[in-house]
Design a protein around this ligand. Sequence first.
Ligand code: AMP
Length: 304
Amino acid sequence: MRPYRNRAEIIRSVKCLKTRLRQIKKRGLSIGFVPTMGALHEGHFSLMRAARRETDKVIISIFVNPLQFGPQDDFQRYPRNTKKDIRLAKSCGVDIVFFPSVRLMYPEGGKTYVDMHALNRSGSGHALTASLCGRSRPGHFQGVMTVVAKLFNLVEPDIAYFGQKDFQQAVIIKKMVADLNMNLKIKVLPIIREADGLAMSSRNNYLSPRERQDALCLYHSLLEARRLIKSGECASGKIIQKMRRKITRVKSARIDYISIVNPETLEDVRRLKRGELVRRGGGKVLVVLAVYIGRTRLIDNMVV
Ligand code: AMP
């Protein structure tokens, strides 16, 4: 890869950001945006590189968003290493690192939040935010949607990049963008894994060497699910049971949820369909799980 000039700008105020954006837009340049919470790794870099390839100016944000953490969550201990992050972002060709404070993002008196309702206007429906991680982390997606909407308004990107690692988040953001007529494109890129299969995550930093080994049970259970589906198993219950068995063998592991869902609606799929749909390349399901390894909650998924 071509080396980049070492000149990413660090911007901490809305005024500076808007001044730079005016200059960029005046020159007719496109903006690629990668929102992150820092503690950057290859998963984040894959998004930055895609933005580098596809847009003229790459902006990332580093902001550990308190609104998406519950009272029992790890907001205080979430890994923060801004100096290193900025250095790494520069080497991926990032032009601007937007690094706002909590006060800047949430000035006192803020009263507006973005959220999704379970019911549609006819009074029935299923909320993308209510299932899976939304069930075990109430309020989490309201925090995510609110911060992402604010960041979109601040950065005004043409394309924003998200990872499939947070599959539910990506589906929700796409829906928010469509529902609110936001003027940008969302791109979702594949999960980047360690050589042994563990999905890269800032939270992997919490794991002890023993737990790091134990954490492989998430990926191995997904591989088991894929194997079962490919060999013709149609009953989601049976697949989930086998995944459970694999994970409960690991002492430090505690399952939060394992689900097999429709990748668009995130609704449970009880029975997988065979035949015509599959032959035509449709009929995909999302196998998705959240598991505590010790105190660390990890998520992973696979589209099969
Ligand atoms: P985070 O800093 O955890 O909020 O993540 C910022 C963005 O990076 C989100 O869109 C994540 O889905 C994405 N991301 C995190 N881990 C990975 C990974 N292992 N592979 C691909 N994308 C990732």
